[in-house]
Design a protein around this ligand. Structure first.
Ligand code: ADP
Length: 568
């Protein structure tokens, strides 16, 4: 048979296209009709990480996009597979993460006939994605995949979708037409700023009495750490990272105001905002958390973001953070950075420095409290101390209400993209997928997932995924037997008379035994000595581990929304 007559399957056409795009990992769950696709990917050397629920697979792919700057890819079945994965689509959309979802679908000739797992997925996903389409033929698959892949990360990142009908997956085409060459689109094109806006920004910064630099996860995503560090070495501004913006500038810098967050926000008269939205995480940029007449210089890749919640006080600069910060740097050097306001002299304003010291001292006292049942802060101190003794880069995944909130200040970060949490939509249930993706991206790092027991429950079967794929991750379950504070153990006695509140979970669930049943190491700890021994052992063994840390539960505490309170 000549080359021209040689036939190949649609699944191979898909696999070849993904290989040509340079894709190394695909996350997902197989079933009819995508089993052949996953097998073709594996045969072509792509690592297919198969999950237990599409939701976690989609979360994994979306954070893979954040960590690498290129779209994470997720492959699922149609109908229910897509409905489960839509959680990841929504999360990628809310957080602006580049993410390509691929799903099988029923045969093209069976539209509206009640076919197996039939759903009009293209229409369903269109409002939630940047691009949602079905190829017109098997031959059209490669170029459509390239477009969907490129669209996910060019411009403002977000999710895209390509529908893969069963008859296309199983159909055959001439090899010469089906394996059309497509090139990887390469790095996303970057735009620099309007020089007039740079001049305005410099003028504002020069006149500032109390300037503040805020760094969001857009700066981390943009991998702008080098240029921002160079800029900061010149301007020496007090700075505040958002939760996932931590590490772009090292947390241990004396100019970090995280421990005096409220005071830093309140006292700033000019703010340079790099890659963060003025949403609930930053109190909408409004008084009383901010000065009513604060001037906010906002840098974002999306022009449509500029002006949101800032009113006339804002100076919006559209452009890529790497280029814009370099432009600002050059312009500031020309006017002389020494002319910046009082914060621009390499020191925190005295009032902020005093609050930072006081809060740091207070935190130290709390974390040295060795009581049993355990409390969050001492638990985090011990974990931090053990992890500091090992040489690898640590990536922290954290979710849960108080678990996540308190962990934010307990683990200072000096490298970007080493904290992954519930993000813009406060999405609980992302942790296990995120941890698996982080380990897949950087196998040499130590990935720890610090999970509230409620958050862990959303996707605990993914411990199996980590074990099966040899992705040694340490999962901490910070177990207070409930949502938020849990409830007083005494309340479990007579539920006829005194029904349990909705925040209660089963008492002291043996999560470590669940971990062992999947083949992970399991540890239950109730005091700090046991905790230290367990973490040390898990780090040394370098296997998947589930450390079930039993901490104080509810008592009669009022329900406090700590994680919200800390952002108020
Ligand atoms: P955080 O959760 O840290 O507050 P957000 O998710 O609210 O951060 O905001 C991140 C912002 O970063 C988004 O508005 C996004 O458009 C922007 N962004 C992403 N990549 C870039 C880039 N390369 N240059 C500039 N802005 C970017």
């Amino acid at each position: 048979m000549s080359d021209n007559q040689q036939q190949i399957s649609g699944s191979l056409v898909i696999a070849e296209a993904l290989v040509q795009l340079g894709i190394k990992h695909v996350f997902g769950i197989v079933g009819i009709p995508v089993i052949e696709v996953a097998n073709a990917l594996i045969a072509r050397g792509i690592k297919f990480i198969s999950f237990r629920n599409e939701q976690a697979a989609a979360y994994a792919a979306s954070i893979y996009g954040y960590l690498t700057g290129l779209p994470g890819v997720c492959l699922v079945v149609g109908g229910p597979g897509v409905l489960h994965a839509i959680a990841g689509v929504g999360n990628a959309s809310a957080n602006h993460l580049p993410f390509l979802l691929l799903a099988g679908s029923s045969e093209t000739h069976q539209v509206e006939k009640g076919a197996f797992q039939e759903l009009d997925q293209v229409a369903y996903l269109a409002p939630h994605t940047k691009f949602s389409a079905r190829p017109a033929s098997i031959e059209a698959i490669p170029t459509l995949l390239e477009k969907a892949y490129r669209t996910a990360y060019f411009g403002r990142p977000g999710p895209t979708y390509v529908d893969l009908p069963a008859d296309f997956i199983q159909g055959r085409v001439a090899a010469t037409s089906g394996v059309r060459k497509i090139a990887p689109p390469g790095p996303a094109p970057r735009a620099a700023a309007d020089p007039a806006r740079i001049a305005q920004a410099v003028a504002l910064l020069k006149e500032a009495k109390s300037p503040l630099l805020i760094i969001g996860k857009g700066a981390a995503y943009a991998q702008a750490e080098d240029v921002i560090r160079r800029f900061q070495a010149t301007v020496q501004l007090p700075f505040l990272p958002t939760p996932m913006g931590k590490g772009v500038l090292p947390d241990d810098s004396p100019l970090n105001t995280s421990a005096a967050r409220s005071a830093a926000l309140k006292s700033a008269d000019v703010i340079l905002l790099l890659g963060a939205r003025l949403n609930w995480i930053l109190h909408y940029g409004e008084a009383p958390k901010f000065q009513p007449d604060v001037k906010i210089i906002q840098v974002d890749v999306a022009a449509e973001e500029l002006g949101n919640n800032t009113g006339s006080a804002a100076l919006g600069i559209v452009g890529d953070i790497n280029l814009v910060v370099a432009q600002l740097h050059d312009a500031l050097i020309q006017v002389g950075p020494g002319t910046l306001g009082s914060g621009g002299n390499g020191k925190l304003p005295a009032a902020i420095a005093a609050i930072k010291d006081r809060n740091t001292q207070r935190a130290r006292v709390v974390e040295n409290n060795n009581v049993v049942p355990l409390k969050y802060q001492p638990v985090y101190r011990v974990i931090r101390e053990v992890l500091a003794r090992q040489p690898r880069k640590v990536v922290y995944v954290s979710e849960g209400a108080n678990t996540m909130d308190i962990s934010r200040s307990a683990f200072p970060l000096n490298e970007p993209r080493t904290r992954l949490d519930a993000g813009t939509n406060a999405t609980m249930g992302v942790g296990l997928g995120y941890a698996i993706a982080a380990k897949a991206v950087d196998p040499g790092s130590l990935v720890v997932a610090i999970e509230g027991d409620s958050a862990f429950g959303f996707s605990l079967a993914e411990v199996d995924t980590a074990v099966r794929h040899h992705l040694p991750i340490i999962f901490f379950v910070i177990n207070n037997s409930g949502v938020y504070h849990g409830v007083d153990p005494a309340r479990y006695a007579d539920q006829e008379k005194n029904p349990l509140p909705a925040t209660a979970l089963a008492l002291d669930t043996k999560y470590h035994l669940l971990g062992e049943s999947f083949g992970a190491l399991g540890y239950e700890v109730r005091d700090l000595q046991q905790l230290e021994a367990a973490v040390t052992d898990a780090v040394n063994q370098d296997q998947v581990a589930v450390i079930n840390v039993i901490i104080e539960s509810g008592k009669d505490k009022k329900l406090e929304f700590g994680w919200m309170a800390s952002t108020k």
